[in-house]
Design a protein around this ligand. Structure first.
Ligand code: SF4
Length: 351
């Protein structure tokens, strides 16, 4: 069997199936080998060619000579007093990202990262204070889901039920890889999960929200809103300067029109910043035309910023105002605070 022409070892999971078929045919392998290899790579999440036990040693050697599997590894794991597990994942080039397993009574949710760092500099978010280094490959996102899913089984004996793209990075700035990772997660040749159990959360890139509509995606979309007037939102999310609330509203209506997927708005309540009844009224005005629900999220202070979590009675009044207007509201208590695993706290800190 001859080696493929280029001697640079390629990441086998970045190669399109048709291309792998061609390489294998050139190497004199039977067509069904490609299917077996794909099954090892995705469904069985093989981290090395040696694991591919139904391939001949010769085929495995040929694969090793020509390709690599850039598998993600768990470098560190921390368990919160509320059973949340945060993992630091090591990527093949030495970068790190974080992911979180959030167990609740009804769900086992994996929160995964889509970029190393983030370029959007949201003021309340620890990742926003890190430099963006690179996008994650589809396989690197997929690996996080697989590893967190193993943690769910090993620690709680319950399979993963939901996946949220709310870790480090802006998913819609890594559009192609994020969509490809969802394809693998939902494919019967991958994890076979329903797209309805996946939520991609964006800080708000209007053009890409419309593209999701054009691509008729089946997963859920969440917008990290956090303020429903441009002046306030500009202060905490600089992306709003070029993607105003009006542009976002239009993009979300377009998305809904195309996909009929109900939106989720994430709204962190900061003390004395966006927690008054006037803020609640603006939020209602913004959301009322869009079939949606609102998740009100407790804030977890980070050392880089001075925002504080709101007080319980202010939060309750805020939620009650929205409910009175007929908005579907969920209050999300913070999880994994003691290990910096809560929303907005993810940043690589070696312990
Ligand atoms: S909230 Fe999301 S988009 Fe904003 S800086 Fe943090 S990771 Fe990036």
């Amino acid at each position: 069997m001859e080696a493929v022409k280029t001697r640079v070892k390629q990441d086998i999971r970045k190669i399109k199936p048709e291309q792998l078929n061609t390489f294998l045919a050139e190497a004199g392998e039977k067509p069904f080998r490609a299917r077996q290899i794909q099954e090892w790579l995705w469904k069985k999440s093989a981290g090395s060619f040696d694991e591919m036990s139904n391939l001949s040693l010769k085929t495995r050697d040929w694969l090793k000579e020509n390709f690599v599997i850039n598998a993600v590894q768990v470098a560190q794991q921390q368990r919160s007093s509320d059973q949340t597990i945060k993992s630091m994942f090591r990527l093949h080039d030495g970068h790190f990202v974080e992911g979180v397993l959030i167990p609740t009574e009804t769900r086992m949710t994996a929160c995964v990262s889509s970029q190393v760092g983030c370029s959007l500099t949201c003021k309340f978010c620890a990742t926003g204070y890190m430099e963006r280094k690179r996008n994650l490959e589809a396989a690197e996102i997929y690996d996080q889901v697989v590893l967190i899913s193993q943690q769910a089984e090993e620690n709680y004996g319950i399979p993963l039920s939901n996946i949220v793209y709310m870790g480090m990075g802006e998913p819609l700035l890594n559009y192609a890889n994020v969509l490809q990772s969802v394809d693998h997660i939902t494919s019967s040749e991958g994890l076979g999960m329903s797209p309805k159990r996946i939520t991609v959360s964006t800080a708000g890139i209007a053009k890409m929200i419309k593209k999701l509509g054009d691509d008729d995606v089946k997963f859920n979309l969440a917008l990290s809103l956090h303020a429903a007037n441009d002046t306030k939102r500009n202060q905490i999310m600089p992306i709003n300067e070029t993607n105003t609330l009006k542009a976002l509203q239009e993009a979300l209506l377009y998305f809904y029109d195309k996909t009929k997927n109900r939106l989720t708005f994430e709204y962190i309540v900061f003390y004395n910043f966006n927690d008054t009844l006037e803020d609640a009224r603006e939020l209602w005005e913004f959301t009322k035309r869009i079939p949606s629900k609102v998740n009100i999220i407790e804030y977890n202070p980070i050392s880089e910023a001075t925002f504080k979590n709101t007080e319980t009675d202010r939060l309750e009044q805020f939620a009650a105002f929205l409910e009175d207007k007929g908005v579907t509201v969920n209050i999300r208590r913070s999880r994994g605070k003691d290990i910096d695993a809560a929303c907005g706290q993810l940043a690589i800190k070696q312990k």
